[in-house]
Write a protein that binds this ligand. Sequence first.
Ligand code: C2E
Ligand code: CA
Ligand code: CA
Ligand code: CA
Length: 280
Amino acid sequence: VKAMGKNGFQFYDPEMQSSAQERLLIEKGLYQALDKKEFQLWFQPQVQADGAIVGAEVLLRWMHPEKGVISPASFIQIAEESGQIVEMGQWVLTESFEQLAQWKAQGLPASFKRLAINISPLQFMQVDFVGRFLTMLTDYKIPGELIELEITENMLLNNFEIASNKMRILKQRGISFAIDDFGTGYSSLRYLRYLPLDILKIDRSFVTNLRPSSEEAAIVEVIIATADRLGLTVIAEGVETEEERDTLLELGCLCFQGFFYARPMPATPFYERLQQDMDI
Ligand code: C2E
Ligand code: CA
Ligand code: CA
Ligand code: CA
């Protein structure tokens, strides 16, 4: 159990059902966080079977002056509902591009293919999202091929047509798309067929305690077979143990993300890790 903050609020606890008042406090805190530059990008490696880092997922962190590092699990949903996610998401994009441009100048290992960025539904549905995104890509001289956008099934539910049109425009510039948390939404296999997707991320809930010949393994096997037939790359998220990794490998998964390999980390240690790949 986490200790109560100075003022007695535990607004950073993701398990908590926030009351209206507590939500307002988070909202207020988020506005200040942007102004006071309390957000940071952390990076979690995505690794292929031989251990090489093929990419990284960008994960937002709130460096709270009193409460320490706060995970987005505690505030993303509130930011989505209050609309603040649009501005925060824009900040994440700018910051990611800036970081990537810097790493590109310093050198990236050949094995490193993409930086994966989470895009929230409200952000993606802004009428000027595509235009702004492409302008930034040009400004920072980033090849679209270096960027992967992670979207969720739930986002597509009401906006299938609009979302797929935006995706197609971005794909023409080399951007790739991953469907995130696959299997947890109102999972419609139809999405896989009609959306211009490249990558399917198997949700952690299917990976935790995964063993050969378990019922979970049967589900994962079907997901991987379906992805293969549709030409999608599969990434398993939340890989924490060797057994989980070995089972996934046996089921045909070739790309992994999780604590077994590395936790999310700030830019500097992440780049140091990338450099180890370059030395080999
Ligand atoms: P997600 O997209 O499913 O991201 C993966 C989450 O799983 C991350 O949590 C990561 O730290 C955690 N994780 C990775 N490997 C393991 C593992 O082996 N075991 C366990 N137990 N957890 C693992 P995080 O960073 O707290 O982010 C939570 C969620 O917040 C993300 O879930 C994503 O939906 C959202 N999020 C994070 N950054 C952003 C952002 O910049 N924009 C938007 N819209 N959402 C974001
Ligand atoms: Ca994600
Ligand atoms: Ca995910
Ligand atoms: Ca997940």
